[in-house]
Write a protein of this length. Structure first.
Length: 527
């Protein structure tokens, strides 16, 4: 098959949700329906066994959350689907945000009882900023939940985009009758149970049949009224509007009961876009170009703390990857020839033989690859758009045993490169290194990993800072004036980008007014 054909059949997406909405359950059911796994339960089981393997994972286990995201690949119809998991917990959202830069679409899972929850809102903001198309799945209709019309208006107000239901629930909870498929004009009758596949469901094709009112009670007439109402008010589904992130198709179901999953899988294949061009500083890169290029969007420490190797997750941007090919790391100019590249086919780690745009490959390495690195066959390309977010929490860090200061610096550098934490070196001499995070848990993970992987007992101390802004200025004189007057509040991150640290938003406002020539940024893009 040609590169262009391979690219066209790729679908790369992330699932976003609030914890407990049913992301893990839906992921597993998608794999099941695509035939990538045989029995339900294996994703959860793997999640559990992974936990056992290292100390810092212990924290995840205790908190019952998933810190690390992973990648799954499956084939469905003629498509290759790459599904990137995002940690649902509020902590580690930085990592999650970066995962969203590696996908072409997102699947939003909502708990129908809770609607749009805080964690989902933050993730949605990133999708909105990037115009990522979003498919919505409203889960748990086997429970007493919110009314579908209410849910839709809630989604619309949070997303700022039109919702276009392509299915409609008949009843809910104990009276959940099934869903009307508004495209095919039939009804899929609900049955509970985890063993069924979509083919096993009863499908009703005559939606006008009078016995349906008897069979499903008032819920049936209500659903039909709602559909009428909504079809009069809502715009029809417009594929182009979806691709531009202006409309989201909405599905209803119950993931745990394998119900409504088929529709979601089909929508991914039918609607989600194949990989498109990616912007580099030098030029736009087309996915079907013959030469390979890719970006490291995530670095994950190996589960085995004794070996300090890490896996760099690379999203292929163009060309054809083959095992053993020579690749250039653009930042350093170094050549690597990865042989043990891993893919993530249906939860097993397989050795990858080849990959195309949209695919994710993992390259184990010992620090050669950093977050944001670009790999090519030789061309110098710098992709834009890998975001670093201004931390919201700060702690100063010191080492208990002064003889281990070097290990502390090495550890923090490596953890910083991984994106586990942000490290700031104060401008003022003698100041302790500062750690910046989005979630409190990041500090705990870093302290634990410094201990187990680098043998460093780190002391974390409160810091008076509460926010950071990277700054730039076109006028060198104005910049100089600003940095001279504010040296005590300036620190440099791992790539030596200067940031202004403030103790309150009031302080930041004052500085902004005093120095209008300085631009302050809450986000820094790599490259
Ligand atoms: P995640 O945190 O988003 O990955 O959520 P999980 O997939 O782990 O699900 C959270 C809880 O909701 C689990 O106890 C699931 O069994 C339950 N759950 C998932 N889907 C459904 C559903 O369709 N109906 C009901 N009643 N419970 C569900």
């Amino acid at each position: 098959m040609s590169i262009a054909t391979e690219v066209k059949r790729r679908r790369t997406f992330a699932i976003i949700s609030h914890p407990d909405a049913g992301k893990t359950t839906l992921t597993e059911k998608l794999l099941l329906f695509a035939g990538a796994i045989q029995i339900a339960g294996s994703v959860k089981a793997r999640k559990a066994s992974r936990h056992a393997s290292s100390d810092w994972m212990e924290i995840e286990k205790q908190r019952g959350i998933s810190v690390a995201s992973s990648v799954m690949q499956m084939e469905y119809r003629d498509c290759v689907i790459n599904l990137l998991d995002t940690p649902g917990h509020q902590d580690f959202s930085e990592d999650t945000y970066r995962v969203l830069t590696a996908v072409d679409a997102a699947l939003m899972v909502l708990d129908a009882a809770n609607g749009v929850e805080p964690q989902t809102i933050r993730l949605l903001q990133v999708c909105r900023a990037r115009n990522t198309p979003i498919i919505t799945f409203v889960n748990k209709f086997d429970r007493e939940v919110q009314e579908p019309l209410e849910l839709l208006s809630e989604i619309e107000s949070h997303l700022g985009m039109d919702t276009v239901p392509l299915a409609w629930p008949v009843g809910m909870g104990r009276h959940f009758g099934g869903v009307l498929d508004l495209r095919k004009q039939h009804m899929r009758v609900f049955q509970s149970g985890q063993e069924r596949r979509a083919g096993d469901d009863e499908i009703l094709t005559d939606l006008k049949a009078p016995e349906l009112n008897q069979r499903f009670g008032d819920a049936y007439a209500k659903a039909q009224d709602e559909v009428e109402l909504m079809e009069a008010a809502a715009p029809p589904f417009d594929h182009q509007a979806f691709l531009l992130g202006k409309q989201t198709p909405v599905f209803f179901g119950s993931a745990i009961n394998n119900f409504g999953v088929q529709e979601v899988l089909d929508a991914l294949v039918d609607f989600a876009p194949p990989p498109g061009p990616r912007t580099a500083l030098e030029r736009e890169v087309q996915p079907e170009e013959p030469k390979f290029s890719g970006v490291v969007f995530k670095i994950q420490a190996n589960m085995d703390p004794a070996h300090r190797d890490r896996v760099a997750f690379i999203r292929v941007a163009s060309g054809h990857f083959e095992r053993g090919m020579r690749l250039k790391v653009v930042r350093t100019g170094k050549e690597i020839r990865p042989n043990n590249v891993v893919s993530f086919l249906s939860q097993r780690r397989d050795i990858v033989e080849e990959a195309y745009a949209g695919d994710i490959i993992g390259i184990p390495n010992h620090g050669v690859l950093h977050l944001g690195d670009v790999l090519t066959e030789g061309e110098s390309l710098h992709f834009t758009g890998l975001p670093f977010f201004a931390p919201e929490l700060f702690q100063a860090v010191e080492v208990k045993d002064p003889l281990r200061i070097k290990q502390l610096r090495t550890g923090l550098t490596q953890l910083g490169e991984e994106g586990a934490i942000q490290v700031f070196r104060p401008e003022a001499a003698g100041g302790a290194l500062l750690l910046g995070a989005i979630g409190q848990l990041q500090f705990e993970v870093v302290a634990q990993r410094l201990k187990t992987e680098y043998g460093v007992d780190a002391r974390m101390m409160p810091s008076r800072y509460t926010l950071a802004r990277w700054f730039t200025c076109d006028d060198p004189k104005a910049l100089r004036k600003f940095t001279d007057a504010n040296a005590a509040n300036i620190a440099y991150d791992v790539v030596e980008a200067p940031a202004f640290l403030a103790t309150s938003s009031a302080q930041l406002r004052v500085v902004q007014e005093l120095y209008p020539a300085i631009r302050f940024h809450a986000m820094r893009e790599h490259g």
